[in-house]
Ligand binder design. Sequence first.
Ligand code: UDP
Ligand code: MG
Length: 313
Amino acid sequence: MSIVVPVYNEQLNIEKFYTEATKAVQNLDMEYEIIFVDDGSRDATPLLLSRLTQQDEHVRALLLARNFGHQLAITCGMDHARGDAIVTMDGDLQHPPEMIPQLVQYWREGYDVVQTIRKDTKGVGFLKRQTSKWYYRLLNALSPVHIAPGGSDFRLIDKRVLATFKLFREHDRFIRGMIDDIGYKQKTVDFVAPPRFAGKSKFSVRKMLHFALDGIMAYSKIPLRISFYAGLVSAFLSVLIILHALYSSAVGSAAPGWTTVIVVICILGALQLMFIGIVGEYIGRIFEEVKQRPLYWLRAELGGRGEPEERNR
Ligand code: UDP
Ligand code: MG
């Protein structure tokens, strides 16, 4: 098993995390590795990691050249994981290590993805909680993937899910959406996140907004289509306005020149919006292509030399 932990300036949490996680996996009777991905920390995190790797051969540390952000740090750790099951979790103990055996249990029962859902976060204000709820509602309405409110990046995936995940090389990534989209046999588990063990959140409002936007833009082409629909609506309104303008001009109540101006503005406005929408459709397609996603991926291949679906776990 591999445990992947992105860390960014977490010097106060590393050791506690290491102890708790080790305790949680030692009783499982499995080979394991703990992969810390240092996301360009500027505190003593890399030093502590290097010490841990010397003390314990189960620990590996990957030091990124700079801060790439949470999602890419997780991706880096996943790319390097060698276990049959891969758990990703935060290093601040908000994802309780003592839940790992429960995730492994479901995996042993045959689930390929065990996704945790954060039901509540202790010590989080009403505002953050509420905006998070609205955000997921908006995201689900706008995009084809379904992400449960409170979906976190604390999950276990089987190595074949990882193999598929590695084929998705887009830059702006929203791993929650990708994992949902990848499919396989999924199971969700609820948990209540405790407050951070030490330090403060590494997500500034700016990072949070950027991340939120990535979630929508990575999966939804709807923003690109807005213009087309706005064009349709304004074309419809234009017809009404044009009829009104023609009528006023016929009964002679319009100022000279007014009718022509109105008709021209309406027609051009609607045409422009619609053409921007059409350009948006093409951009949407380019957007799909540049992501270079695989066209399909198999869950199992039966017969011949294929791998049997149920392997020993
Ligand atoms: N993190 C990271 N790179 C970043 C920001 C955060 O690797 O640019 C790590 C951080 O060290 C932690 C996890 O991602 O292990 C979650 O971050 P945080 O706890 O700050 O987020 P929150 O729980 O407040 O949403
Ligand atoms: Mg946290």
